[in-house]
Ligand binder design. Sequence first.
Ligand code: HEM
Length: 366
Amino acid sequence: MSVKETIKSVEAYVGERFPVEKMNYASMVQKKEVPVHGLSWGYYIGGLALFLFIVQILTGLMLLFYYQPTVSDAHASVEYITEHVPGGALVRNIHSWASSMMIASVMIHLLTTFAMKAFARPREITWITGVALLGVTFMFGFTGYLLPWHQIAVNATKIGLQTIEELGQYLPGELATWPRAIKETIQGEASVGQATLSRFFALHVIILPLAIAATLGIHLISVQLHGMCQGVDEPPKRKEKFFPTFFLKDLKVWGVAFLVLFILGLCVPFESFFAYPLFSPFDPKGSTPEGIKPEWYFFWVYYPLELLPFWVIMLGQAALGAVLVATPWIFQNTNRPAMRLLAVAAGIYLLVMTLFGENIYHLFKG
Ligand code: HEM
């Protein structure tokens, strides 16, 4: 193939995936329609994740007025927000609940778009940016967990960083030194301390928000350029206007989500799920307390990691990452009933590990 032909085919490939000629109000809003069928509820989940992201930005900005990112003051500043700032406990609690709800909705969104085969040509860019958004969302959770600087925060972060370093044992040659270098770069000093807190803070409040804003921008523009996917194998008999019909329904879902968040934020302290000593300030001279574990959204990998050899889980993770990125090509000829079956199986695994991971662990390890 000549250079000219190569450039032309690249142009055609990108043009089909990112049709700039459709970048106008008429195509992206006025003409957009949403298919109506049994799986239509799945079209609301991305919007729900978007709403929760907006809640996180707003409550996060409010917390920034009082939070102090230093080892000496972080824990006290969080206690001050909870006990002395008017509305502080509510804002902090909503930020915690919404982070869990955002992660849950992003996971469900991945499964529903997978089941509907919404990644199929020409929506590969929507899918790939989605996979990046999933990674960034998990990173928000991981970096945010350390900021209150209590026992569970620091000790769980140490375990997380240690896991990265252990990867080195299974890599060949020069590659074996990379995980340790990555861990040291994130940690910033010999042990988890001020440099780590500063780095996690910078990641959580500046770098990750910028990364998610850019990726989300491309994700949402490509959703609007292509319109909603058909979602089912038989062309749906009915469609409804995106604007205003579907958009108003989207807003109703956001309203219900806000109500649930507000009631939870007011009545159920997020921290009530853990024993109090885990929330005492981190003591560098103290021993690691009982009950340290990551947030619930890491249980699907954490409990298998406790039960099976490290390399098996890491290999599984690498394979899962590769399959997710290559999904539009691996499953291009798979029919939707088979995709739904795979999505349901993955959903059941996630649910069982999240709810019963600890029981399964005790069943095998006593
Ligand atoms: C911060 C996280 C995310 C946000 C805020 C978000 C937002 C959205 C929104 C608002 C839509 C349009 C409505 C809908 O179809 O639900 C959408 C569509 C889509 N998203 Fe996401 N998304 C996120 C993460 C992901 C992830 C993790 C994936 C999968 C790997 C993904 C894949 C898709 C696909 C393929 C579509 C197109 C659906 C269609 O054409 O019917 N997204 N996203």
